[in-house]
Design a protein around this ligand. Sequence first.
Ligand code: URA
Length: 230
Amino acid sequence: MRVDRFLSNLPRFNRKQVRLLLVEKRVRIDGKIVSDPHAEVLEFSRVEVAEEVLQVGKPARYFMLHKPPGCVSATRDPEHPTVLDLIHEPNRDDLHIAGRLDFNTTGLMLITNDGQWSRRLTQPQTKLPKVYYVETEQEIGPQYALKFAEGLYFAFEDLTTQPAELIVLGPKAARLSIVEGRYHQVKRMFGHFDNKVLRLHRESMGPLVLDNALKPGEYRALRTEEIHLI
Ligand code: URA
């Protein structure tokens, strides 16, 4: 929310007073003086007016999990364990998943309470490459890379996928980099060639790479420099 709106929503200030506070440089967000009425106040921001704290700001939290097979990318599920069941942190209900994986897909999963951060990570416009290691039932032919680079038409969504890069690693193994995250995207791309995906593992999302030290089911907090990469 804009800082001028945040302040004028409080019963103690009217709009004129808010304008004055900003002009007089008496408002701080996260310790920095702001005079721009458009400056953004997040739920994580500390807001002070003339040395008085109006909002402490709740801590933003970011985790990297090595998703094991056999768990659901959801916050709740009546039948199966969920990825959030693996996160042993206070206020788990505040957390959400940035970019889901299918039940048996393994690999990098990012979990946070910061909606803006997770949107930057997942929205197709950002074009952040998501890299998957794939094993298939049939051999991967030379025509795959070309087709994936061209884009595939998905009738259900009525769209053509963004160019994707395929590196063939073996007769039935490849590394695929895609910049969006359509429903079952990788499986549907290989499905175009009637080739079933038998193993799918996400190695990275943009600059964030699954930490080798994490075994399936383990997680860790992201480091500050990792958070700022997104
Ligand atoms: N594409 C899929 O088909 N499944 C996943 O879990 C991720 C990407």
